[in-house]
Design a protein around this ligand. Structure first.
Ligand code: KG4
Ligand code: ZN
Length: 352
């Protein structure tokens, strides 16, 4: 089954064509340059950019699919090879999600294709199972998994017992890990998104935890996260520093900040392994592009005799619709189609 998938949940206009786990085409228009000067996503600009780009991105994804499948080389018939339309229903920015949902409904009605609604977070988890168009890598999916999502909007640990069966074990009570990194970077006058900038500055000094900022929720037995205390303590520390000192110490500050965030992520994931006995880990979300965090997670999982799967980098850094298409394939198999597309609406705070 070939699925055309759409994701407009945040600041990427993304469309892909997917067959099972195989990604046939994957087109992303990133709005990062538009939002950079605001230090975060500016909602109305996001909506506007999605509206301007969505048709072009759909067309480009279909054209790349046609190159792959020459039976459909006539552009007028490009939808003939598509069996279903999938779209991200949430979580995300309401006015951004609406653009993708509207487009998906329009295509489903015009070309009489079934519609599948996908949770963006499921997408992040399933990005681990992505294969290229030749079906590589070939490893089989073996449940149960522990899923760790660390993105700009979410920090969650999920037990996945089978396809589409999720049990959230812990989540953030306030800021997401990526959001915390972005805010720390903003406070220091660094550019958006902050995660990669912090990573680079920390790398330059070899990742030294000079300031030992607090590790929130580390002592609590549950698997929830909270980063607001860390953020506040970082804020007060930085505020008291003379400007000259701040500039001189910036690499140590960001290095210590990310160490605190990652310490919590790694240790909570380890607690989840111990509590569930599940040692196979799948990862999703942009923060896991961080090489230092990956190294620490790998070492921790190895210590617990487990295995860890990271998504290919192109499905990890930034949102994409390929991951939405993979989930949609399993939903189609389970006959989970949208019954009445008139009733499909965005859900901005959608949990797993
Ligand atoms: O998954 P993602 O691209 O978008 C969603 O939030 O869904 O995640 C974006 C987040 C941002 O907060 C960004 O600062 C962070 O991922 N990020 C990183 C790195 N690359 C992106 N954080 C740490 N290190 C990185 N290399
Ligand atoms: Zn995302």
């Amino acid at each position: 089954m070939k699925i055309l998938a759409i994701d407009t949940s945040a600041d990427e206009t993304a469309v892909a064509v997917v067959e099972g786990r195989r990604i046939i085409s994957n087109v992303i228009y990133s709005q990062i340059d538009i939002h950079k000067k605001w230090g975060g996503i500016y909602p109305t600009l996001a909506k506007q950019a999605h509206e301007e780009r969505i048709d072009g991105v759909v067309e480009k994804a279909l054209k790349r699919f046609m190159i792959y499948d020459l039976r459909f080389k006539n552009i007028e018939r490009y939808m003939d090879g598509i069996d279903a339309i999938a779209v991200t229903q949430g979580p995300g920015l309401a006015i951004a999600l609406e653009v993708g949902i509207r487009k998906a409904k329009e295509l489903a009605i015009q070309y009489q294709k079934p519609l599948i609604a996908v949770n963006h977070l499921e997408g992040h988890l399933y990005s681990c199972f992505a294969q290229n168009r030749f079906g590589k890598p070939t490893y089989e999916i073996k449940f149960p998994y522990l899923g760790l999502i660390v993105s700009g909007g979410h920090t969650e640990i999920v037990l996945i017992k089978g396809h589409l069966q999720y049990q959230v074990l812990g989540e953030t009570l306030d800021d997401a890990a990526g959001e915390a990194l972005d805010k720390a970077a903003k406070l220091l006058g660094l550019s958006y998104p902050g995660g990669p900038v912090i990573e680079q500055l920390a790398q330059e000094i070899g990742q030294i935890d000079k300031y030992h900022f607090p590790r929130p929720m580390l002592q609590s037995r549950n698997l929830d996260f909270s980063f607001s205390g860390l953020k506040t303590s970082f804020y007060y520390y930085v505020r008291e520093l003379p400007e000259k000192e701040k500039i001189k110490s910036i690499k140590y500050l960001v290095s210590s900040f990310q160490e605190a965030v990652f310490d919590v992520i790694v240790k909570k994931t380890e607690s989840a392994i111990k509590q569930t006995g599940v040692t196979n880990i799948i990862i999703g979300g942009g923060v896991c592009a961080n090489l230092y965090l990956r190294k620490r997670l790998r070492a921790m999982v190895k210590k617990n005799n487990g295995a860890i799967i990271f998504p290919p980098f192109k499905y990890l850094t930034g949102d994409n619709a390929a991951m939405i298409g993979i989930v949609a394939g399993y939903k189609a198999k389970a006959n989970q189609f949208v019954k009445n597309s008139d009733h499909l609406d965005r859900v901005t705070r959608m949990s797993l």
